[in-house]
Design a protein around this ligand. Structure first.
Ligand code: BES
Ligand code: MN
Ligand code: MN
Length: 456
């Protein structure tokens, strides 16, 4: 593995400079104002794949943001690794909470600070650089295909169709993704599960117009109050979700499986200290790791209505709104959960209001195998480069496309991420450790080698 270390040592400053160049592109997929920047970022990915030595590199248009494809086929008899990542990022707001501008990357205390530095530009770029390394040192042991999308943060709504239309070109043996976290820089781990997602927006309408809260207050339903009451009914005193049938399909882990999950290093005291909370809060009977890993949730992402400007305005508003996300676990499905939520929510509404539920994007939960060649290849690669065997963990976030890869291509994924939960992804001051960036570049070629050797 000396050639890997040497190549990284000789090129790491350039790797970082190139990543910083990409981080200057504000590729916010949710905001149409950035459409051209997202396109420009796709071109950047294309050019970096070409420079690294990929063939058939193409920016593939979709009805939304483009997908970048590229490949290196060295021998059809050898295995093929399909790399998935995303170059789009979350909006940077609230801007005033950033210590430095989100799209002017800086390096501070060994961390690359910028929107997308970890999620997922920094992690995706490790794959481009690891590929470059293998090409330049003549050590690429198998075939590789890249599929880097620009709509992950908005639900990958066009990737499903694109996959279906490109099944032949995507033929491979395993999907490799770095878009998750490890426990700590000295405690490597591999996610073996991701939660699914059902995301809805609700609208509660009371009277047909905003009213004087003195003239009408007390006699007409206030939609904000009603919405709060309806939401409060969604959980019982044990923080159990009360939507009828919500838990019906949830896969219950055996005691042994739960014990195994809870053996992962975790300090509740440090967790609370980090978040500056006196106590944690969640479903009774489950640990924090279980609450985020194997149990479904019901969360409010935003709630609004009425007057929120300066000073006071005595108004009884006509409407109130909320954005709600439910994280799902195997074998819950987005459609079913959205349906039973909608029915229940509607049933909770008193006659004095009307409610409307609008589903947004969703995604199915997944568990990935731990007894596969690919998982072992990843585990051994991390053991080689970290000096410690990685712990299998269940991630709380969602990457909806992982379930689709399985459904459409029959391909399993390996979630070999290198971020940290403390990297502030989606938050102000997102960052990614230079250590993590370089460790990823070092580990990926070892995965390719292990996977190829073990596939023989
Ligand atoms: N990379 C994250 C998902 C993630 C982060 C998984 C950390 C495990 C650990 C991804 O970019 C993401 O943010 N996904 C969204 C879902 C999407 C449909 C908007 C999420 O989880 O909220
Ligand atoms: Mn991501
Ligand atoms: Mn994300």
């Amino acid at each position: 593995m000396e050639h890997i270390k040497q190549y990284i040592e000789e090129n790491k400053d350039r790797f970082l400079a190139e990543l910083m160049d990409m981080l200057r592109i504000p590729s916010v997929s949710a905001d149409s104002k950035y459409k051209e920047d997202v396109q420009r970022n796709a071109e950047f990915v294309k050019n970096s794949l070409i420079a690294a030595g990929a063939d058939k590199v193409e920016v593939c248009p979709t009805p939304g943001h483009p997908i970048v494809y590229g490949e290196k086929m060295i021998d059809p008899a050898l295995p093929t690794v399909v790399v998935y990542g995303h170059y789009d990022v979350q909006p940077a707001d609230p801007l005033e909470l950033w210590d430095s501008p989100p799209f002017e990357p800086v390096i501070k205390d060994g961390l690359i600070v910028a929107r997308g530095s970890c999620d997922d530009k920094g992690q995706m770029f490790m794959h481009v650089k690891a590929f470059e390394l293998m090409m330049k040192t003549n050590s690429l042991p198998c075939n590789v295909k890249f599929m880097i999308e620009g709509e992950e943060e908005v639900g990958s709504s066009n990737l499903g169709t694109w996959i279906r239309d490109n099944k032949d070109r995507l033929k491979g043996d395993i999907i490799l993704i770095s878009d998750t976290s490890i426990i700590a820089n000295d405690i490597p781990s591999i996610d073996v599960g991701l939660r699914g997602l059902s995301y809805v927006e609700v609208e509660v309408t009371g009277p047909n117009r905003d009213l004087h809260s003195g003239v009408y207050g007390g006699a007409v339903a206030n939609p904000i109050t009603i919405l709060c009451e309806m939401i409060a009914k969604m959980k019982d005193e044990n923080n159990h979700i009360t939507i009828p049938g919500f838990y019906n399909d949830v896969v219950v882990l055996t005691d042994a499986e739960r014990e195994e999950l809870n053996r992962a290093p975790f300090s509740l005291d440090e967790y609370k200290k980090d978040l500056n909370v006196e106590d944690v809060h969640g479903e009774k009977g489950y640990t924090t790791l279980e609450r985020t890993g194997i149990r479904p949730t019901f969360e409010l992402n935003g709630i609004w209505g009425g007057y929120i400007g300066e000073g006071a305005k005595t108004v009884l508003p006509s409407k109130a709104y909320a954005k709600i996300s439910m994280r799902l676990v195997p074998n819950q499905t987005t459609d079913k959960i959205t349906e039973i939520f909608t029915k229940h929510f509607e049933s909770l509404a008193p006659k004095s209001v009307k409610v409307k539920v609008t589903p947004h994007h969703g995604g199915e939960p997944v568990v990935t195998p731990t007894d596969s060649i690919a998982f072992k290849a990843a585990s051994m690669a991390m053991e080689t480069t970290f000096g410690k065997k990685p712990i299998p963990t269940r991630g709380g976030g969602s990457i909806p496309i992982v379930a689709l890869f399985e459904k459409e291509l029959g391909l399993k994924s390996v979630l070999m991420g290198f971020g940290l939960d403390s990297d502030l992804i989606h938050s102000p001051n997102e960052h990614y450790g230079i250590f993590n960036f370089l460790k990823g570049i070092e580990t990926i070629p070892v995965f390719y080698k292990n996977f190829t050797d073990m596939s023989k």
